[in-house]
Structure formats: C-alpha cells, structure tokens
Design a protein around this ligand. Structure first.
Ligand code: PEP
Ligand code: MG
Length: 567
C-alpha cells in the first residue's frame, strides 16, 4: 500500500494504465531504401488513423476550436512536400526512415519557430507532434496517448498537465494517481472538476506498478493498494458502493437554499477552470461561480489567446450561468503556472516573484486584451472581475484604472458594456488582509484565496510535501486574517467570499459562517455536502464558536472546538 494525498474524493478499482512514453533513440544508419520507404508510408497511414480516432473521440467533449487542432495535425500528416522531402532523403542518402523524418522535420520546426508570426510558430508545434508520432510508428514503439484509452483503467503518471486531463474520457479513466503535487496543485484541482477520484503526491507509485496491475484507489483516505487480495477488494467494493449512495443522497440538496436553521443565508458558488466545467456547476446546484481561473485558457493554448478567443469563452460561461454571479479572475500566471510561449527569467523564489497582477501591470498589452474581452462579454450575464495577488492599494488602483480606461475606450467605439460590473480583489497576501478596511473603500468585493494566504502567512511553500504540516487553515492566525478581511468588507457595505480550498472543507463551514463569510466558492462536487452542513447549523451558535476560535492558541484546539460544537 502506498500513501498519497486524497485530491478528489471517491473510491475506484481498475487496472493500471501507465502514462509514460518511452524515449526512442534516433541515429543515422545505412539502410535499404525500398524497406525504409515502405516503413515510412505505413507509419504515415497509421498516424493519420490515430489522429482521426483521437479527433472522433474528442468530438462532443472539446470545442470546435480545440477540434481544429486535429485538422491541422491531419494536414501535416498528409502534407506532400514534407513527405517528398523525407522520401528523397531516404533514397538519396540510403538512410533509415526515422532519421530522415527527424532531420526533415527538425528543419521545418526550426524554420517555423524562428518566425515572428504567432500563427506560424504554432505550426512548429503541430509538425513536432505529428512527426514524433510517425517516428514512433516507424520504430514500432507505442506512444502513450491518453485519448486512445478504450478500457476502464486508473492512470498512473508522474504528473498530469491541464491538457493531459482535458483528454481524459471519464467513461474509461476511472481515476488517477500522480507522483507529485499537493491538494492545491493543479492536477488536484482538475481532478475535482472532472469528478473522478484522484490521489496526488504519491511518491514511488510509477516504479511500484506495472501496466495491467489491479489497483484499489481510495481517494477518501489517500491510499493506493497494488494487486490487493480478494478481501481487500471486497471491502473497497463495499466502500465504493456506500460512497456512491452518499453522493446520490446529497442530490436532495441540489435545489435547496443555503440557509442556516435560524435563517442566515450564505452563497455557495463553484470554482471552474474552463467553460466546460459549467455543466457540473449547474448539476451540483451552485448559486454562482466564485472563481473562474482564466489561466487555463492561456495554458491550454500554444500562443497568447486572442481577445476573440477569450470573449467566446467568457461569453459562454456567463450565458450558461443564466444571470447568476460569475467572478472571473484575471490572469494569474507565474509561480507554478508557466506559459511555454511567455518565458519568465528564472527567479530564486518564483512564488514571491514576477507573477499574477505584478506581471499584468508590467505587460499591460496582455492585461488590456483580457479586460477588453471581459468587458465585451459583460452584457451576457452578471460579471465580477477580480485581480489576483494584490499586495498594495496602489496595485489595485492601477489595475482598476486600466480597467476603466478600456471600458471608456469600448464605449467610445460603440461597443455595449454592462454598467454593473463589480471589480474586486483576491486576498492572498497578508498585507492586503491587514489593510482590508482600506481596500474595501475602493473595491466592490473580496475573495479570500486561502491556498496562497496560508502559504504566505506560514512561509510554507504550498507545493512542498515536507512542510505541508504548516498548511493550517484552522490556525487562529489564519482565522484572524480572515476575520479582518470580512469585517473590513462589511464596514463599507461590501461582500467577502472565499475561493481557496478551505471554503469547501466540511470542518471549516461552521467557523467561516460564524465569522460572517458571505460567499463560499469550492469545487462543484463539494457544494451539496457544504449545503447539507450549512442547513444544519445555527448562525448564532456559529458566531459564538467563531469568537472562541479566534481566541484559541493552536490549529488543533480550533479543530477540537469545532468537533465538540458541531455534531
Ligand atoms: C488561492 O490562492 O487560494 C487561490 C484560489 O488561487 P490559486 O489556487 O489559483 O492560486
Ligand atoms: Mg492563489
């Protein structure tokens, strides 16, 4: 049995699919042309078939725009000029086919990559992708391909990127385990939005399993059992069944209001990463979207997304939410989130460095494009915009001024823009929490990002398993910062929400309600349970609980207090 971090709740039992592509060595060898030409032709045909299968499978799951990538790949695979060059090299140089493909493709890739035009640069990535597939077919090594999975399995990988997870078909991918990551890392957040059980930070799992092993994935307790005995399997089948029943029973809370027994209403909203997540948001009875992490739009793209690309995505989310509140966060890149096409100079402490609003206030071209797209989309719903990683009032005021400038420009151009857009900020840096009463005079709302607020308050990297004991949402110091933020907002008649992972923790609902938090935004799958809890609490008692909690000395003391008060 291996231990990891339960990142997305559930239990599942299935065979292992190891997601790792073996490296192939491409060296020049003398070879007989006819055989090599035959190998090349077959590899091209096979690659075309692969791409068509991947495209068909993705239909319905991906947008037309995303599907167009596969058409571009088919064009490369069928490109006569590229094929002729490879064939000429095979015959004139008497070399092996994979070497000819590698050389010819290498020249094209270098040429496209050196171009200034973003569209042309993207073509380099297409050529690389397709010709790699052709090379693997020539040498007869199977490429790992998540979208080609057609049997029920549990994926075991070192890590999964957002684009990897986007390819997963829930019909077959029953869950996943990765070697790295924590509860607030990206793969964890994506797993929750996919609603499949997942364990992250499970060191050594790749080495411990082989393809076809049976795994029991207990993503309630973060345990992975490899080839367990019959009794263990039977035990977990029972747990899986009970969990499924519990999830089903929670559906009764879907259309209920989120209100305490003494009539205090809170808003339960959902966090999303892509417009496709909205289905689950609605299915789980969310009252709005409290955090749309727009960086996935940038991370799943090969170049900076255009104003139009962004407009389409934002409009889709706003329209599908049917006038419920949608809080969109502007680009939060840097730290652990990198864009291959936007290199950032290496820094000693990237989490404390050039990121999020700091980058946007420097690269105002990127920022303005996003704000324009948001402003244009604003007429399709109830939009709130928030800036990430704000440390000072000057930063907030500068960002807001740029927003106002773009708004004025659009109105002058005759473009319709909503006049009720709220502009707020994330409270992720202790300096902002301490000065919340001042921020509340200029901002429309706050959303507390506890994932970062805790790491900065405790000076403990959220990605590091070694210091994860310091990730203490219930530490009274964190509760006091949360209280300052909420009180600061309320003093000016503004609302305060929370979109860090703490908002969806069952144990935290009581104390956060008592502190007066107005909006709780969490992964969609946590909402019904949160509502069940909220509906069972008394606001008056929770206020008393919160008063006591902030006077506690340790995290454990707070947790004991909660467990003794809330049964
Ligand atoms: C947070 O820091 O709590 C937050 C919601 O932002 P992210 O997890 O994307 O950094
Ligand atoms: Mg954050």
């Amino acid at each position: 049995m291996l231990k990891g971090i339960a990142a997305s709740s559930g239990v599942t039992i299935a065979k292992v699919y190891k997601y790792e592509t073996p490296a192939i060595n491409v060296e020049r060898k003398d070879a007989e042309s006819t055989t090599e030409l035959e190998k090349f032709n077959q590899a091209v045909e096979q690659s075309i078939k692969d791409i068509e299968i991947i495209k068909n499978k993705a239909q319905g799951r991906l947008s037309d725009e995303e599907l167009a990538i596969f058409d571009a790949h088919l064009m490369v695979a069928q490109d006569p000029a590229l094929a002729d060059e490879v064939k000429n090299m095979i015959t004139s140089d008497n070399c092996n086919a994979e070497y000819a493909v590698d050389t010819v493709a290498g020249n094209y890739i270098a040429m496209f990559e050196s171009m200034d035009d973003e569209y042309m640069k993207e073509r380099a990535a297409d050529i690389k992708d397709v010709t790699t597939r052709i090379k693997y077919h020539i040498v007869g090594v199977e490429m790992a391909d998540l979208s080609l999975i057609n049997e029920e399995c549990i994926i075991v990988a070192h890590d999964l990127t957002p684009s990897d997870t986007a390819q997963l078909d829930k019909k077959f991918a029953k869950g996943f385990v990765t070697e790295i990551g924590g509860r607030t890392s990206h793969s964890a957040i994506m797993a929750r939005s996919l609603e499949i059980p997942a364990i992250v930070g499970c060191k050594g799992v790749l080495e411990a399993v082989k393809a076809g092993d049976t795994l029991v994935l207990d993503a309630l307790d973060g345990e992975v059992f490899i080839n367990p005995d019959k009794d263990t399997i039977a035990k977990y089948e029972e747990i899986e069944k009970n969990y499924a029943e519990e999830v089903l029973a929670l559906k009764a809370f879907k259309d209920q209001p989120s209100v305490s027994v003494d009539g205090h209403h809170i808003e339960l909203a959902a966090n999303i990463g892509t417009p496709d997540d909205v289905d689950s948001v609605i299915a789980n009875g969310a009252e709005g979207i409290g955090l749309y992490r727009t960086e996935f739009l940038y991370m799943n793209s090969q170049t900076l997304p255009t104003e139009e690309d962004q407009f389409v995505a934002y409009k889709k989310v706003l329209e599908s939410m049917n006038n419920k509140r949608v809080v969109v966060r502007t680009l939060d890149i840097g730290g652990d989130k990198k864009l291959p096409y936007l290199p950032i100079d290496p820094e000693m402490n990237p989490f404390l460095g050039y990121r999020a609003i700091r980058l946007c206030l420097d690269r105002t071209d990127i920022f303005r494009t996003q704000l324009r797209a948001l402003l244009r989309a604003s007429v399709y719903g109830q939009l709130c915009i928030m800036f990430p990683m704000i440390a000072t009032l000057d930063e907030f005021n500068s960002a807001k001024a740029i927003f106002e400038e773009e708004k004025a420009k659009l109105i002058k151009e005759g473009v319709a823009v909503a006049d009720n857009i709220q502009v707020g900020l994330m409270i992720e840096i202790p300096a902002a929490a301490v000065l919340a009463d001042q921020f509340a005079k200029v901002a429309d709302f706050f959303s507390i990002g506890t994932n970062d607020l805790i790491q900065y308050s405790m000076a403990a990297d959220r990605m590091s398993e070694k210091v994860s004991y310091l990730y203490q949402p219930f530490n009274p110091s964190i509760l006091r910062l949360i209280k300052m933020t909420i009180d600061g907002a309320h003093k000016e008649g503004k609302w305060a929400g929370m979109c860090g992972e703490m908002a969806g923790e069952p144990d935290a609902i009581s104390v956060l309600m008592g502190l007066g938090l107005d909006e709780f935004s969490m992964s969609a799958t946590s909402i019904l349970k949160a509502r069940k809890i909220a509906n069972s609490l008394s606001y008056k008692e929770m206020q008393e609980l919160a008063e006591k909690a902030i006077q506690c000395t340790t995290s454990q003391e707070v947790l004991d207090l909660i467990h003794n008060t809330v049964k």
